[in-house]
Design a protein around this ligand. Structure first.
Ligand code: AGP
Length: 612
């Protein structure tokens, strides 16, 4: 979604703002802008539709805007089309106040009409401009910027992270948050606000996470944080331990490819600290055996790829725990009057830890008394802070919009949690437990081995990249894995693609199979391999071209029927999706590359989805 940065310091702000915005480019956006204040020139604003390069050229790398106080924004349009006028910062009518906003103001139309009746003229179609105008209105009433912000926050409904500067308020920027992430950064030459730690990590690792309802005043020397009643707060500082280089391409053409290649290392980091003396150790959570025995329902809730991890985990956990596990899309769960109570364990999965639907679903579950466990990648993110327990996937920063290493680390961490719970319940045989743990530990090595021979996948992508419609079919874990393969392909190559449970084909979808249709057949799930093969034969009989993914065990059988076969190493069945998904990620990557797509920043998508 939108990215926000603000700086108040002892250096020129504009180049710092542009640099920070560039580091958030991966989040996806359609326009960008900055506003800088100087003693002599007052507020200067430049904003434009398109990529950051356009803004940078327009301002000569920021040199055109003088001043050491400023705010910047990359926009992902919600209200009003992406154009220069709707881009942020938005400036109040008399040019005194500039504001950047992430989120959605739900009652903006009502406020806009009231202000219009008082003669205020609006230039954009956005909800954000309404806030800038409302601020000016209250500022003119009370002549105190902080007080005006407080009044505005009491008037508006919805979600927001704001960065605000005012020509009368030298050297200070004001920040406020509700349901949209915002962090404060303490730098050597000044202080920051940012929606994303990657924007400021070059300048500081010393950060404070703002909570809902808080307001901050940021000057070059200090940051003061207040609650909604303007009582000063003592905030705890956190140190960001990400390496700057982790958020850079390091010689790779795309972040997505780099992140695919980083998966073995990321999995090792997620797994190694959690296996001690042949047991899964989850020090960070406090679930006791008694508590787990008392749980009547288990829910897994997430969106997109994280939901697909949930789908894999449902199969795996039910097998390990011998209990029903319900997987729900967060956007559906939150409005479904869910049957959740104090005896429910609700596991939420989110890379960013900021996905609004997932957060709202988690809050709903908590409201109904459930215990929540979050599986999150971004340390200190909102979901991580609000869940009863959190387990981090130590994947490091994931920049490409299409997730790969975060997905893989979520998958393996969910397997460990399943094993841990099964052990507490006594529902897993020791031999099975040991076999899974042994395989988890060699997973990175097996994955690395496969990644050394990615050329096969590259070749198949060059053969199939011009198909307009692609089906992924598989059973059980292969079906769940197919959902992810299909989403990867859709989001970065823009090819229409669907994933089906193989057995479901003949109930409708098979009518779409015609000579030449590409079907990606997944045959890595040993228990149902023969059944899956029958479905491959069915689509072949209707003229489909079949690209198969299978394991070494089934290579020979598969090669007899499929047109092309990709072979991944064998592992324990529960872990097989961790290896099977890698060729699907690479296939999507190379197909998108052949089609000339913007791989790291696919159209219309954003890395962290902080609106409904
Ligand atoms: C995956 O490639 C997507 N970009 C998307 O589906 C993502 O997984 C989804 O938006 C959920 O994000 P989260 O894990 O940060 O909550």
């Amino acid at each position: 979604m939108c990215g926000i940065i603000g700086f108040s310091g002892r250096e020129q702000a504009a180049p710092i703002l542009l640099d920070g915005l560039e580091r958030m480019e991966y989040r996806g956006y359609d326009s960008a802008g900055i506003a800088v204040r100087s003693e002599t020139k007052g507020l200067q604003v430049k904003k434009t539709k398109g990529r950051l390069r356009v803004l940078s050229d327009l301002t000569h790398g920021g040199a055109d805007l003088e001043g050491t106080l400023g705010i910047g924004h990359t926009r992902w349009a919600t209200h009003g089309e992406p154009n220069d006028i709707n881009a942020h910062p938005h400036v109040s009518e008399n040019g005194q106040i500039a504001l950047v906003h992430n989120g959605i103001i739900e009652n903006y139309l009502e406020i806009k009409e009231q202000l219009q009746r008082r003669g205020v003229t609006f230039t954009s179609d956005t909800d954000s401009e309404v806030v800038a105008q409302l601020l000016e209105y209250h500022y003119n009433e009370c002549h105190n910027m902080l007080e005006a912000v407080g009044r505005v926050l009491r008037r508006i409904e919805g979600s927001y992270a704001f960065g605000i500067i005012c020509s009368d308020f030298p050297n200070a920027l004001i920040a406020a948050r509700k349901d949209s992430p915002l962090i404060l950064g303490y730098g050597e030459n000044g202080n920051f606000i940012a929606s994303d730690v990657t924007a400021i990590i070059k300048y500081t690792r010393d950060v404070v996470y703002m909570e809902d309802g808080e307001i901050a005043v940021v000057t070059p020397e200090s940051i003061d944080v207040f609650d909604s009643e303007m009582n000063p707060l003592e905030k705890q500082h956190s140190q960001v331990d990400w390496d700057v280089s982790a958020a850079e391409k390091g010689g790779y053409a795309h972040f997505m490819f780099k992140e695919i290649m980083e998966q073995p290392e990321a999995i090792a980091k997620t797994v190694s600290p959690r296996i001690r003396d042949g047991r899964v150790v989850l020090d960070d959570i406090t679930l006791t055996a008694d508590y787990v025995r008392d749980i009547s329902r288990i829910f897994i809730i997430a969106c997109g790829s994280s939901y697909h991890v949930g789908m894999v985990s449902k199969y795996n956990w039910e097998r390990l725990l011998r209990r029903p596990v319900q997987v729900d899309l967060a956007s559906e769960f939150r409005y479904s009057d869910p049957l959740v109570d104090e005896k429910s364990l609700v596991v939420v999965i989110s890379q960013s830890g900021e996905t609004l639907d997932t957060m709202a679903a988690m809050r709903e579950a908590k409201r109904r008394g459930a215990r929540t466990l979050a599986v999150v990648n971004v340390v200190g993110s909102s979901i991580a802070r609000e869940a009863d327990d959190v387990l981090y996937t130590w994947a490091g920063p994931e920049i490409a919009v299409a997730t790969t290493k975060a997905y893989s680390t979520q998958l393996v961490l969910m397997d460990l949690i399943g094993l841990y719970l099964a052990d507490l319940l006594g529902t897993v045989e020791k031999s099975e437990y040991d076999a899974i743990l042994a395989e988890v530990q060699v997973l990175p090595e097996k994955m690395s081995h496969f990644l050394e021979h990615f050329e096969d996948v590259q070749y198949f992508a060059s053969r199939y990249f011009n198909h307009n419609s692609i089906f992924f079919i598989g059973r059980n874990l292969d079906y769940a894995m197919g959902l992810e393969g299909s989403l990867k392909l859709k989001e970065i190559s823009y090819i229409h693609s669907e994933a089906y449970a193989s057995g479901e084909l003949k109930h409708g979808t098979i009518s779409l199979i015609e000579p030449g249709t590409l079907v990606v057949a997944l045959g890595t799930y040993a228990a149902l391999f023969d059944k899956a093969m029958s479905n491959v034969v069915e689509v072949k009989a209707r003229g489909a071209e079949v690209l198969a993914v299978t394991t070494e065990t089934f290579k020979e059988k598969m090669e007899k029927t499929a047109d092309s076969t990709i072979v991944v190493p064998d592992t324990h069945p529960i872990l097989q999706p961790s290896l099977g998904v890698v060729p699907l990620q690479l296939f999507a990557y190379y197909v998108a590359l052949q089609r000339g797509c913007d791989i790291d920043k696919p159209r219309n998508l954003a890395k962290s989805v902080t609106v409904e």
